[in-house]
Design a protein around this ligand. Sequence first.
Ligand code: ADP
Ligand code: GLC
Length: 483
Amino acid sequence: MSVGRVLSVASECVPLIKTGGLADVVGALPGALAPLGWEMRVLLPAYPGLLARLGEGAAEVWSDGDLFGGPARVMAGEVAGIAVLMLDAPHLYDRPGGPYSAGGLDHPDNAERFAALGWAAARIALEGLADGWRPDVVHAHDWQAGLAPAYLRYAGGGGWAGAPRSVMTIHNIAFQGWAEAAKLGALRLPYEQFHSDGLEYYGGLSTLKAGLVTADAITTVSPTYAEELMRPAFGMGLQGVIAARAGQMHGILNGIDDQVWDPANDPAIAPFSAGDPAGKIPNRLRLMEEFALHVPGPLAIVVSRLTDQKGIDLIPDALEDFIGAGGGLAVLGSGDPALEGAMRALETRYPGRVGVRIGYDEGLSHLMFAGADAVLVPSRFEPCGLTQMYGLRYGALPVVAATGGLADTVVNASPAALWQGAATGVVFHPADALGLQQALRRLTVLHADPEGWKAMVRRAMEQPLGWGASSAAYAALYAQLKG
Ligand code: ADP
Ligand code: GLC
C-alpha cells in the first residue's frame, strides 16, 4: 500500500554512479522506504553511458525545450530495483570526466549543471510527470540538489495546501556549491531574495545555503553531526543558518546495505559470521598475500578517499609504535596526490608491514574488511561514515575519532564499557597524531587478550546497522510534511 511518494534528487546513486557514501545512501533509501509504503523515485543526471542502463522499457516522462542552454528530457526506468528518473541534457552532462570535474578541474558550468537538476525536480514536483506521477515530498541531497527546494518555494510551492514539501539533507557541509552573485539571473533565482537571510552567502551564492533556508525540513546523517554543525569549526560558515533552523533539523543516522555487506553471504570473501568468526582466518591470509604482508599482530586497514577530512595525514606519525608492537596496515584509497605519496612512503619504510593500493576497488575493499582486525577512520569530521559500520559488520574493529557518525556508531573500549560488555571499538579524541597513536596502543593491548578480543568482535558483528530505525525516522518525517 502506498502512503506517499517521494522524489529523491541527487548527483550520485549506487549502482549507477558513485564518488562517495552519498551514492550508497541515495541508492539504499528507496529499498529501505518501500516496506513502509513510501514510493521513491530518484532523479539523477544522465552522465555518459547511464541512459543505456535504463534498458528497453525506458519512457520519456518530462521534457523542456531550454533547460539552461539546451533541450532536456527525463527518462524513467528501473535499475537494480530502483525507480530511476534520468535527466538527459547532453549540453550539461554528456562530456568526459567525472560528475563534477575533468582532469582535476571542476566543470566550469557546475552551477548551471546542478541548477538544471534542481529546476527539473521542482517542475516535476509542481506539474507531475507524463505518466501521472507526482511526489508529495521532494528530498534533496547536498549542494547539487540544493536549488530544488529553493525553486519550489519561490515558485509558490511552499504557499498552497497540497503543494509538495521539501527536505534538504546535508551529507557533507564542506561542499557548499558556491557561485558568484552575477549568476543569480542566469540561475533563474529571484533578485529580491538576495539578502543574508535568503540566498546571499559571503557576497555570492551557495546552493546548499539556498536549500537550507528554503526547505521545509533539514536532515543530516547522524545526531552528533547535527549538533556539531552549529559550531563554527564544523558548520564551515553555515553554522548560523543551521542554528537559526535548529527546530527543523533532524539527525538521522545512515544505515548500511546489509545484503551487500553480509559476511555470511559475500561472493568476494570466504564466508564467516558472528557465531563462526574463525572463518575470518582464510580472508586474513588472502589479504596479506594481496598486499605482500607478514603481520604477526593486529592487521589494520584504511579504505578511504585520501583527503584532509579523513585525517590520513595523521597516520605516518602514529604508526611507528604500532608497527613496533607487531601491527600492520593495508591501505586502499585515492585522492590528494600528497597523501597518496605519504602512503606510498610508508610502504617503503615498513616493507612487509604496510601495503598500499592507490585506486578504487569495491571487491578488494570487501576482502579487506573480511581479513582485517581493525579499520582506521581518524577523520577530523565525519558526517556519518560508512566504513566503520562495514568494519563492525565484518569484525574489523573500528578505531575512530570521536566525531559525527563515528561517535554515534562505535562504543569505545573504556574500562566501564568493557566491564558492561558494550565496547565495539576504540574511540579517540582529539583527532591528532598522538590521539591516533594512543588509540592504536589500546588496540594492541586489547588484541593481546584473545578471549576479550573475541567477545568484542562478536559484539561488533551483532550490532544492528541496517536501515530499520533510520528508514522509520525518514518515513515519520515525510508523513509529518505530507500532513
Ligand atoms: P565519504 O562519502 O566521505 O567518502 P563514507 O564512509 O560515507 O565516506 O563512504 C565512502 C564509501 O566509499 C564507502 O562505501 C567506502 O567503502 C567506499 N570507498 C572509499 N574509497 C574506496 C576505495 N578506494 N575503494 C573501494 N571503495 C572505497
Ligand atoms: C558524505 C560524508 C560521509 C557520509 C556520506 C553519506 O560523503 O562525508 O560521512 O557517510 O556522505 O551520508
